[in-house]
Design a protein around this ligand. Structure first.
Ligand code: SAM
Length: 186
């Protein structure tokens, strides 16, 4: 990882430490996704739920290393602005596009295709986001939902839905708050 990104991650770690509304991924989970992207060679990333850009730094830097880029969406303009400043500081703003707005509306405007999606906004919206992205996912692309263990009940049946689909292989991974990793297999 580039020194400039590493230094920004350290600063953002300190920045979010006293922000109760950061709801940031635990570091081990962010590191896991960074490794996942590097290992799979994913290039076309989407994050639903930017917050202050903590996870975006980990995702965007891995996607850039693969020759790709990230689009990240958050409904709060204040958070989007702060996240963008973090991406600029890390030298990643040419590879991360910050979209401000409601996720469902924003996703409808995105052409895709995507081979990596981190679903980390309102959990109840998961089924809607998944349905909107279904035909924008590349084969072997992953739709990864955070909080699959810590807030399983908040997903309104989405987790069992994705686990029962034949066109996705889905597994719950006990990293951080728990990821549901749904890989498009057909
Ligand atoms: C769990 S936090 C994201 C944390 C971030 N991924 C990280 O690890 O640094 C969830 C974010 O989703 C945003 N959010 C909630 N509902 C949303 C919606 N309907 N559309 C877009 N963003 C939404 C919130 O503003 C919040 O910043």
């Amino acid at each position: 990882m580039e020194e400039r990104v590493r230094r920004t991650i350290e600063q953002v770690r300190a920045f979010i430490a006293d922000k109760p509304d950061a709801w940031a991924l635990p570091e081990e989970a962010a590191r896991f996704l960074h490794a996942w992207i590097l290992a799979t060679g994913a290039k076309r990333g989407l994050e639903i739920g930017t917050s202050y850009g903590w996870s975006g730094l980990w995702l965007g830097s891995a996607l850039r290393a693969n020759g790709g880029s990230l689009i990240t969406i958050d409904v709060e303009p204040r958070k989007s602005r702060v996240a963008l400043s973090h991406f600029q500081q890390a030298g990643l703003s040419t590879h991360i596009e910050v979209v401000t707005g409601d996720a469902a509306a924003a996703i409808k405007d995105l052409a895709g295709p995507f081979d990596f999606v981190l679903n980390d906004a309102d959990k109840a919206g998961s089924r809607r986001y998944f349905d909107l992205l279904l035909h924008k996912m590349l084969p072997r692309g992953a739709f990864i939902s955070d909080n699959a263990i810590s807030h399983a009940g908040a997903f309104d049946g989405f987790l069992s839905h994705v686990q029962s689909r034949e066109d996705f292989y889905s597994v719950t991974v006990p990293v951080g708050n728990g990821f549901e990793i749904a890989v498009k297999v057909s």
